[in-house]
Structures are given as C-alpha cells and as structure tokens.
Ligand binder design. Structure first.
Ligand code: SF4
Ligand code: SF4
Length: 150
C-alpha cells in the first residue's frame, strides 16, 4: 500500500504565506532565474519582442541552462518599483517560495523565513496546495502589483 506522505512532511498541517511585494527574492545576489521555453515565449510576447531578440538581450547560459541575466546583484527585470514583467514572470518566480529545494526539510524552510518576509503571514496553504505549487501545476497568488507600491 502506498505510504501517506502528507503525514510525514513538516508542512502536513500547511504553511502560511502572503507576498508583500518587498522584492527581496528578486535581489538575491548571485541568484538565478531558470527558464523553460514556455517562460521565454511568454515573457517575449509580453514585451512584444521576438524570442531571438529577447534571448539575446535578457538571457544567458549557466551550466547549459537558460537564465535571466543579472543587473548588478538583481534580476535584470527588477526595476525601481519591482518586477517590470510581473504579469509575465516565469514559473520559478510564480512558485516561490514553495520550491522543492525549500521544502526538503524544516531546516531549509527556516532559512527561507530569513529571505522572504511573506512567509508566516496571511493565508495558510494546505499540504495539497503546497504540493501542487511545488510540482508546478499551481502557483502562489500574485503579490501587490509593482505599480501600486510606493
Ligand atoms: S515572495 Fe517574499 S521575498 Fe519575494 S517579494 Fe514576495 S514577500 Fe518579498
Ligand atoms: S522576473 Fe521579475 S519576479 Fe522574477 S526574479 Fe526577475 S524581477 Fe523578480
């Protein structure tokens, strides 16, 4: 019989998260935003650019994988008021902080509390909701629109 994994995970009773739009996750020095082809097409269309022009302008290769370039320590799309392609941000950004790596252990999750002020506030995501986001069949709700932030 299959084991009920939900009872074994530290987030069996859910985890709280609500994005405040602080932008800290876009400013993680040395951070990498990995991209799927779908992410690239989506963002290129959003900026009304061909995939070729978009990739030449905004993308780089890191160990054989496509990432967004950085501007200083920030993601290249991070502007004065936050993400400049918020409606077309890639899956990695749409599923933060419920990434597989962050959910590996309670210890790892506690490190995220220091990175993201949205952890521990707002809605409690159930085990099932977290699993769906972790497996990228769902996403975390959008934070405040960057233009609405002072
Ligand atoms: S996900 Fe967390 S770190 Fe990123 S903008 Fe929202 S609250 Fe800030
Ligand atoms: S694409 Fe937008 S949300 Fe994602 S890291 Fe870059 S600035 Fe942040």
């Amino acid at each position: 019989m299959a084991k009920d994994l939900s009872k074994q995970r530290f987030y069996a009773d859910g985890l709280q998260f609500e994005c405040t739009g602080c932008g800290a996750c876009c400013k993680l020095g040395g951070g990498f935003v990995y991209l799927s082809l779908e992410d690239v097409g989506f963002a290129a269309r959003h900026l009304d650019l061909s995939v070729t022009v978009f990739s030449e302008t905004y993308m780089a290769l890191h160990k054989g994988e496509y990432i967004f370039k950085n501007k200083g320590d920030n993601c290249i799309f991070y502007g004065e008021k936050g993400c400049t392609i918020y409606a077309a941000r890639p899956t990695q950004c749409r599923t933060y902080p419920f990434w597989k790596a962050n959910l590996k252990s309670q210890y790892r999750w506690k490190m995220i509390i220091d990175e993201c002020e949205g952890v521990g506030r707002g809605k409690t995501f159930s085990y099932e909701e977290i699993e769906a986001i972790k497996n990228q069949t769902s996403q975390t709700p959008a934070g405040p629109e960057p233009d609405s932030l002072k």
